[in-house]
Write a protein that binds this ligand. Structure first.
Ligand code: EPU
Length: 339
């Protein structure tokens, strides 16, 4: 295992922030964890686990150890008449796994095409799009505890998945390094397309679909709505969609009759953060070298050479304006990482 010092994280975050870390390591085997623990230079430093850095923002240089897991295999470990069970290395690119699954005619991952992520980061963040979340197809998550070197397997229930969160993003943040993830996918004849997301259903108006057709349509929708991280650095949705209670919703809908909303229980409504931001006039606006995308108000973009602090500053201004106008606090979805 190589331990790199004063290492630029520029190739490791989709926001394209040029922050340095004091140490950087890539884990290829369990013995690397033991080597990491044994190195006296690293003992008192904070660990930061990353995948492809597609959901994080480095707000300054990191005086710690950035750790990435490089397990890279996709294996079919079991199957029955209806299902196939995969074990996938944490370092595999998420979109490559989705492509592999649709090429083999398996159902389950097609709605999650083109999400920038590694497989290891998918359960941490419970990535989701177009009516599917990672938790719907994950069976178990295999980890190494960075503090004691032990292996732990978490069942789907153990992961405590929530909206863009899990036990790995809360209680075990930067402690459990995911190295393999298990998935249960449906064989072609046993599955169907998940068209619960209206725009996807409208775009796929036919009866007999294949996972590949759904995948291609999801890619088209994403490319038409979301800025390409290769052009302008970004981390997808910057904030989560907030949930408000019915009293708050009723008072807002008197004033804003067109407020988009999803009823999530008798007492609670989810409001698209993008709409709230657009209403405050921020869509397309720039502060320093960061801006709110003109394509989608929930995405903050790096116009070129922005620092993490500049992006954070813009996010804070947006948060303040939404809070003032609607009395709603926007919680970042993106994880902000500082020294
Ligand atoms: N809207 C606006 N202005 C905009 C864009 C959207 O007002 O500029 C409103 C519209 O009313 C639209 C609604 O927001 O109907 C929802 O927009 P969209 O369908 O694009 O979804 P989203 O809620 O903004 C969520 C996820 C995305 C995921 C899409 C599709 C979160 C935080 N984001 O976005 O995930 O791709 O749904 O399922 O839940 C990500 O997590 O990084 C991400 C991109």
């Amino acid at each position: 295992m190589k331990i790199l010092q004063n290492y630029s994280l520029l190739p490791h975050n989709t926001f394209h922030i040029d922050a340095n870390t004091r140490f950087y390591v890539e884990i290829q085997s369990h013995s690397d964890i033991l080597a990491l623990k044994a190195d006296p230079r690293l003992t008192s430093l904070q660990y930061h686990i990353i995948g492809d850095g597609s959901n994080l923002l480095f707000t300054e240089d990191i005086d710690g150890v950035v750790i990435r897991c490089n397990y890279n295999e996709i294996n079919i470990v079991n199957e029955d008449d209806d299902n196939v069970y995969l074990s996938v290395g944490a370092g595999v690119e998420w979109h490559d796994l989705v492509t592999y699954s649709v090429e083999n005619n398996f159902w389950g991952l097609e709605n999650l095409a083109l999400i920038p992520s590694t497989v290891g980061a998918a359960p941490v963040q419970n990535i989701g799009a177009y009516g599917t979340e990672a938790k719907d197809i994950i069976t178990d998550v295999h980890t190494f505890n960075l503090f004691d070197g032990q292996s732990h397997v978490f069942s789907n229930t153990d992961c405590m998945f929530g909206y863009r969160t899990s036990i790995f993003k809360e209680q075990y943040l930067n402690q459990m390094l995911v190295h393999k993830v298990g998935f249960k996918l449906k064989k072609f004849d046993a599955g169907t397309a998940n068209l619960s997301y209206k725009h996807l259903k409208d775009a796929l108006d036919k009866n007999k679909l294949t996972p590949l057709e759904v995948y291609n349509t999801v890619i088209k929708i994403r490319q038409s709505k979301l800025p390409d991280p290769n052009k302008y650095g970004n981390a997808g949705s910057f904030f989560k969609n907030p949930v408000i209670d019915i009293k708050h919703f009723n008072s807002l809908s008197e004033q804003y009759t067109d407020i988009p909303h999803y009823k999530i229980s008798n007492q609670h409504y989810k409001i698209p953060a993008a709409w709230l931001i657009e209403q405050t006039g921020w869509k397309g606006k720039q502060v320093g070298r960061a801006a709110i995308s003109e394509n989608h108000a929930l995405v903050i973009i790096n116009l070129g050479n922005a620092t993490g602090a500049e992006v954070k500053n813009l996010a804070t201004q947006v948060q303040n304006d939404v809070e003032q106008k609607f009395g709603i606090h926007l919680e970042p979805e993106v994880q902000m990482i500082c020294a």
